[in-house]
Design a protein around this ligand. Structure first.
Ligand SMILES: C[S@@+](CC[C@H](N)C(=O)[O-])C[C@H]1O[C@@H](n2cnc3c(N)ncnc32)[C@H](O)[C@@H]1O
Length: 512
């Protein structure tokens, strides 16, 4: 199937082994160091998640396994073009994958479990059981009920009209038109069921063709409750650690929900609490983390070894960080959060100034104390850690076991990773140093390619300007072509600045 219809594979921060290590550390498991780790990805597709990791850790050993010949062939072409020798790709079935002679510190399996038969699912869990090293961490993502329910209903409706004899393009077009009819039919919906289904139709409509083929029209897809997956993993002597999306981890020992609840949670085990929250606040996808049962000590770790960053931006230009005055900080989506703790406000202001760079916990604490004029004291530091942890479990502060390589805008040292350069030649997305997918337009693609050759602003501007002057790119003002060369240069310079600022903000620019 993946040989015929290629899957648009992208990286995401939850699938970086850093995230697995952070969650494990928070739960008292000393996950292996990444610099020389052995990492396996099951269902790696064309390697989009593994290549950035390989470029970061030249002493690590990485293996990508996938059933699809064409995807593995493509991964090997990219590997050769990047000149990497510590990553290998294996074409094969997880059920017959021979790993007896090797074991892994990290095993990643994203977007596979819900799309394969029961025996393949068992082979994945068996590999976690037998192939993980002590203290190693494995990730398996799957469609999760009850949050996935409306997607299931949407799939059932689409399957009524789907004709598998048609070409992929025609099937997708047909499915899109069925969704549009569904939206029309539910235009006056006012009951919760109709509103939810219409919402699911609308969200599905905006997704890529690849999503239609591999998620909405794919026949064999299943969804699980988190307790079902944890139970199956337990039969393989695996211990459930938590979720790679921190906000989906609501159970003890690390966090309590911020919503008021009158349930007596002490009556429930950790995983039952997590299941309860899934029933109340459902999510459609989970990325569960496991370790071998023998590795678990469950002692709470401090944040002192972490590197930290936060996407939060203060709403006010001059937030009051000295008193307990409420200050609003804005998140990456439209989310806002009120913060009153002076040291936390100071820390968020400090992190914003440093963005996109990560700073050590020590530096952050010192920075927050110095900005707020607070004296360092152990009790305050403990409370500060607790507050940061709460923000981490709301996805508003990020922790890393090692600093990220991304840097802010430095006009003399403009650089992007070689993988981003390679991606820009063939894809509409490139991977940032934050392991996120960053969409690229033709101008971005040109600039990313040039940043392989040139690293200072003035030389880049000359080249960029030439492209506009020679008509390879066009810039207009009030619908008119700019003819005056001096004015054109000013406009091009401004545009270049804008683009580079976006690159820096997205964490695309990296240190040498
Ligand atoms: C939906 S794609 C996910 C790709 C990638 N992990 C991602 O998230 O972008 C599922 C992948 O699993 C692979 N796959 C399916 N069954 C497999 C099996 N039995 N053994 C190995 N790979 C398999 C497919 O070839 C496909 O590349």
């Amino acid at each position: 199937m993946y040989d015929r219809l290629s899957f648009e594979s992208r990286s995401s921060p939850e699938r970086h082994p850093q995230r697995l290590a952070v969650i494990a550390h928070l739960l008292g498991v000393s996950a292996p160091k990444l610099e020389n780790a052995s990492i396996l990805e099951i269902g790696c597709s064309t390697g989009a998640n593994l290549f950035p990791v390989a470029l970061q850790y030249s002493q690590a050993k990485l293996v990508g396994l996938d059933l699809s010949e064409s995807q593995i062939a493509q991964a090997n072409v990219i590997k050769d073009s990047l000149g990497l020798s510590h990553i290998s790709f294996v074409q094969g079935d997880i059920r017959t994958f021979s790993y007896e002679s090797q074991s892994f510190d990290y095993i990643l399996c994203h977007g596979v479990f819900s799309w394969v038969s029961g025996d393949v699912q068992e082979a994945i869990l068996e590999l976690f059981e037998k192939g993980l090293r002590p203290n190693g961490v494995a990730l398996v993502s799957y469609n999760c009920n009850p949050g996935w329910h409306m997607r299931g209903v949407t799939r059932n409706i689409l399957s009524l009209f789907d004709n598998k004899q048609l070409t992929a393009d025609k099937r997708i077009a047909q499915a899109r038109s069925v969704l549009a009819s569904g939206e029309d039919a539910l235009v006056d919906a006012f009951r919760p069921y109709g509103l939810q289904l219409r919402d699911e139709f609308e969200r599905s409509h905006k997704r890529s063709d690849s999503f239609f083929l591999h998620e909405l029209l794919e026949e064999n897809t299943s969804a699980f409750r988190v307790t079902e997956v944890v139970e199956r993993a337990r039969a393989h002597n695996l211990h459930y650690l938590g979720d790679a999306h921190p906000s989906r981890m609501r159970a003890e020992p690390v966090s309590r929900p911020s919503v008021p609840l009158s349930f007596d949670l002490d009556l429930l085990s950790g995983i039952e609490q997590e299941q309860l929250f899934d029933h109340l606040f459902p999510v459609a996808l989970r990325a569960s983390l496991f370790t071998q049962a023998a590795s678990v000590k469950l002692t709470k770790k401090s944040l002192q070894d972490f590197y930290i960053t936060s996407p939060l931006v203060p709403l006010s230009e001059r937030p009051d960080i000295f008193s307990e005055q409420r200050e609003v900080f804005c998140g990456p989506t439209e989310l806002t959060i009120d913060v009153t703790h002076p040291l936390v406000k100071g820390a968020l202001v400090y992190l914003r100034r440093m963005w996109p760079e990560t700073v050590s916990f020590h530096e952050l604490y010192e920075g927050a104390c110095s900005l707020t004029g607070k004296k360092k004291n152990r009790k305050e530091k403990g409370a500060f850690e607790e507050e940061l942890l709460k923000l981490f479990f709301q996805n508003l502060v990020e922790f890393y076991v090692e600093p990220l390589r991304c840097i802010g805008l430095d006009m003399q040292a403009l650089l992007v990773s070689s993988y981003a350069q390679e991606q820009a030649q063939r894809s509409e997305w490139v991977t940032s140093e934050r392991h996120e997918a960053f969409p690229v337009d033709p101008l971005s693609k040109y600039l990313i390619a040039e940043l392989g050759e040139v690293s200072d602003f003035d030389t880049l501007l000359e080249k960029f300007y030439t492209m506009f002057r020679e008509g390879n790119f066009a810039v207009q003002e009030d619908g008119e072509k700019i003819v005056d060369p001096v004015h054109l240069k000013e406009v091009v310079q401004e545009k270049l600045h804008e683009y580079l600022e976006q690159f820096a903000e997205a964490g695309l620019l990296c240190r040498a």
